[in-house]
Each structure stands twice: as structure tokens, then as C-alpha cells.
Design a protein around this ligand. Structure first.
Ligand SMILES: NC(=O)c1ccc[n+]([C@@H]2O[C@H](COP(=O)([O-])OP(=O)(O)OC[C@H]3O[C@@H](n4cnc5c(N)ncnc54)[C@H](OP(=O)(O)O)[C@@H]3O)[C@@H](O)[C@H]2O)c1
Length: 164
């Protein structure tokens, strides 16, 4: 059996964070969840455990601690918060895969730098991590049933490190 990967989800109390956590809890992963609203994270863990009692999922006290132990880090936060999270985890995200899921809204950029990729921006803030873009084209509500009109949803992935 392959080694179990540890995945940290920062923003686990949000729409995407909780949807990704529920989805990944069905796989062979250890999940470390951080959310500003600890109570919501506890409820999420209870929900996950009620469906799958053997799932390996726990709540973490801060983004730094969650990322420290993780192989893969998913900041499931708004575009404008990604940089803030990057600052908090940079030291412990070295050589780790960081998944950018964010979609900037036009007014997030005030018309400036509209050509820039959010993942490229995150990579600039985490130069020693391996940033991969994924999940940004999937709605949170579709994660548990990723089939529409009898067709499996696609997940598009972008990055410059093939192995990641
Ligand atoms: N919703 C979708 O269907 C969808 C689809 C594709 C991509 N996306 C992308 O996914 C990202 C999250 O969207 P969402 O809909 O899940 O938003 P959301 O429900 O508002 O969740 C965002 C989460 O980030 C947390 N957060 C805010 N500031 C933080 C900080 N400084 N440190 C740690 N956590 C922080 C929030 O916690 P508090 O609220 O407790 O502060 C909240 O739990 C966005 O970038 C969006 O573009 C969303």
C-alpha cells in the first residue's frame, strides 16, 4: 500500500475547504484541518467521522502547525487572503506541494495585472514550494457528486513541476 500522504487544508470551515475535506476523507489520506471558526471545523470532523469512522482527520490550531506536518497544503481561502496565508506557512512549506484553488474576481485587482495567474502570484510568494493550480473550476456543491448530465466533471491542473 502506498504511504499515506498528509494533507493540510487551511480554511476548512469554508465552502471549498469543507467540500475538499469531505471528498479527500474517502481516500487514504491523513487530513489536518484549520479554520478560523474552530467550532465549524469540529462539526465538519464529526460529520466526516459519522460517514467514515476510520477516517484520519484532525483539527489544527493554526496554519503553521497544519502545514508543518503536511506533504500537501491546500489554502482553501479567497484570492486576496492567499498571500496572507503564504506569509504564515512559507517557512514550513519548503519543497511541498501547495494547491491554489482561488479565482480572483475582476475587482480584486482593480483593473491592474488582470493577466496574472493567481497561482503564479502564490508561487512568487512561496518560491521554495511547488504550487499547482487545481479545483478552481469545480463548484464546492459538486464535489461530493462530481457528475453532471451523466458526465464526470473534469479537473484542470496547471503547474511547472510534472511530479507535483
Ligand atoms: N465556492 C466555490 O464553488 C468555488 C469554486 C472554485 C473555486 N473557489 C475558490 O475557492 C476559494 C474559497 O472559496 P469559498 O467559496 O470556499 O469561500 P468561503 O466559503 O468564504 O471560505 C473561505 C475560508 O477561508 C477562511 N479564511 C479567511 N481568511 C483567512 C485567513 N487569513 N487564514 C485562514 N483562513 C482564512 C474563511 O474563514 P472565516 O470565514 O471563518 O474567516 C473561510 O473558512 C476562493 O479562492 C474561491 O475563488 C470557490
Amino acid at each position: 500500500m502506498p504511504t499515506k500522504k498528509t494533507i493540510a487544508i487551511i480554511g476548512a470551515s469554508g465552502n471549498m475547504g469543507s467540500a475538499i475535506a469531505k471528498s479527500l476523507s474517502k481516500g487514504n489520506y491523513r487530513l489536518l484541518l484549520f479554520g478560523n471558526q474552530q467550532e465549524k471545523v469540529k462539526q465538519l470532523i464529526a460529520e466526516i467521522k459519522s460517514v467514515n469512522p476510520s477516517s484520519d482527520v484532525e483539527s489544527m490550531a493554526c496554519p503553521f502547525d497544519a502545514s508543518w506536518e503536511a506533504d500537501i497544503i491546500i489554502p482553501a481561502v479567497q484570492y486576496e487572503v492567499e498571500v496572507d496565508v503564504a506569509e504564515k506557512i512559507r517557512e514550513v512549506a519548503t519543497q511541498k506541494i501547495v494547491v491554489s484553488i482561488s479565482n480572483p474576481r475582476n475587482n480584486d485587482r482593480n483593473g491592474k495585472d488582470a493577466w496574472k495567474s493567481a497561482a503564479e502570484e502564490l508561487q512568487n510568494h512561496l518560491p521554495d514550494s511547488k504550487v499547482v493550480k487545481a479545483f478552481n473550476t469545480v463548484f464546492a456543491k459538486d464535489f461530493l457528486q462530481p457528475v453532471i448530465d451523466e458526465r464526470q466533471l473534469d479537473v484542470f491542473i496547471a503547474g511547472d513541476d510534472e511530479e507535483s
